[in-house]
Design a protein around this ligand. Structure first.
Ligand SMILES: [Zn+2]
Length: 53
């Protein structure tokens, strides 16, 4: 019975995490560095999502 309450809490946390992810670079995930260890060319190493129309 308690499991149902926990599942609802996890859903809210996932929704908040998705909102934060929108501000981060989709290429490097906000780290500014690619998995290869090189500076992300998409955001220039800032880790922020590049604004665009
Ligand atoms: Zn990036």
């Amino acid at each position: 019975m308690h499991e149902h309450d926990i599942d609802d809490h996890g859903l809210a946390a996932a929704e908040e995490l998705e909102e934060i992810d929108e501000t981060l670079c989709p290429e490097c995930g906000g780290s500014g560095v690619t998995p290869a260890g090189e500076p992300c060319a998409h955001c220039g190493g800032t880790g922020r999502a590049v604004g665009g129309p």
